[in-house]
Design a protein around this ligand. Sequence first.
Ligand SMILES: [Zn+2]
Length: 431
Amino acid sequence: MKTTSRTGSSNIPLANDRRNTRAIVLTSHPGNDAARLLPIAWGAGAAQARGPVVGTLHNPGGRNAIGTHAGAYSLYRALAVAAGQLNAEHRPDLTNTAPAVPIGPFPQWSDPDRIVSMDPWGHMTGQAFGAQLAQGWDIRPTIAVTKAHINMPEILAAIRAGRLQPDGDVLSANGDARVTKVAIEPVWWLPGVARRFGISTTDLRRGLFEQTGGMFPELVTRPDLDVFLPPIGGMTVYLFGDPTTLGRPETKIACRVHDECNGSDVFGSDICTCRPYLAHGVEVCIETAQAGGVGVIVYNRKEGRALGEVTKFLVYNARKRQEGGDRAESYFLRTECVAGVNDMRFQELMPDVLHWLGIARIDRLVSMSNMKYAPIVASGIDVVERVPIPDALIPADASVEMDAKKAAGYFTDSVPEADELKRAKGRGLEE
Ligand SMILES: [Zn+2]
C-alpha cells in the first residue's frame, strides 16, 4: 500500500493519497443495501415513512439515490477531492444549522405527484432523520432556511416616490427589507418528473443518461433507485412577512417566480426587463407583507431561459446583426436558430416549491407570462390577480422583448399589431 505523505506534513493521510490506492467502485450495479435498508416512499405523509434521501458517498450501507448533493456544485466538490484539498470522507458538522424559521409540514408534502423536483423534508434532516444519523448514515440537508435584510436601490426609489412606506418592521426607512431566505437544491423523483412531461420513466432515464454523455449509469442500470440529484442549479426563495402564517387559507400571498438573468439582475444590462420585473416583484411582496400577508420571490437558476448564458449572448448578436435590425417579429426565431428551441425552463416543475410552501392560492401573481401562469393553475393553485409591470419601469432597449412576448401570448391588456412587431427597436451592436 502506498504510504507517501506530503513533504513536511503530519502523518495524517491525505485524501488523494488514499484515494489513489483504492479500487474504483463502479456504482452501476447493486453493491449495497441502502435501497433496501432505507427505501424512499416518495410522498409518504411523515418523514420516517418517506425515508431519508441518501446521496452521500461514504455510508456503510451505500446510497439510495443517483447523483450527489449540491447540484452543479457537486462537480467543484469532486475537483476539490481530486486536487487533494478536501478529504472525501469529510462529514459536515451541522451544529446550529437548523432552519431559522420552521416551514411545514403541509398536506401537499404527502401527495407524491404534487412535489417531484425537490425533497420536501430537505431542511428537516436533523430532526426528521436523527435515528438514521445516529446509526452512522451521512444524510445531508438539500434545503437551508435563514434570515437576512436585503437592500435594493429600486426599493429606496419606491420609498422616495411614495409608493412604499417604511414601517420599521418589514421595511426600514433606510430601505432594508427583512426576509427569510431559503436555498433549495434539486431532488428529482423520476417517476413523478416523467409523469409531468407525459413520458415514460424509461424514456426519461435513458434521455438523462445518454444526453449527459453517460454521466450517471445508474439511470439505466438501477431501476431500484428512482431518486436523482441532478447536477443543475437550484433556486432561492425570499419570503417577506411572517412565514409561520404560510399554509393558512386567510394569508394573502403575493408571488413572483423569477428565472435568473445575471446580466440584468446583477449588472443592470438593459436589453431585457428582468431586474425591473424582479424589483417590482419585491415591491409588491413588501406591500403584501405590510398588509399582513406573505410575499414570495422564487429565484430559479435557469439562466437565459435555461439555455445558458453563452447561447443567450450568441442570440443577442444574431438579433442585432440580422437584416432589418433587432425587432420583436423575429425575437423567438433567432433563439430557435441557435438553440433549436426558444425555451428550456420546463415550468412544469416550477410550481413544486409553491406547494412546498403550503400555498393553495396566489392573490397577486407578479408576472405577465402564460408559461408561468398556466402550470401554476394546472397544478391546483388559484391565481386571483395578475400584476403586469408598469410601463415606466421598462428599459429602452427591452421594448423588443416586451413586444415579442406580448405578441406570443404573454398576459397583457394590449397585444401589439404586426406592423409594430416589424419595426426595429433594439439598439445596434455599436450603439
Ligand atoms: Zn433578462
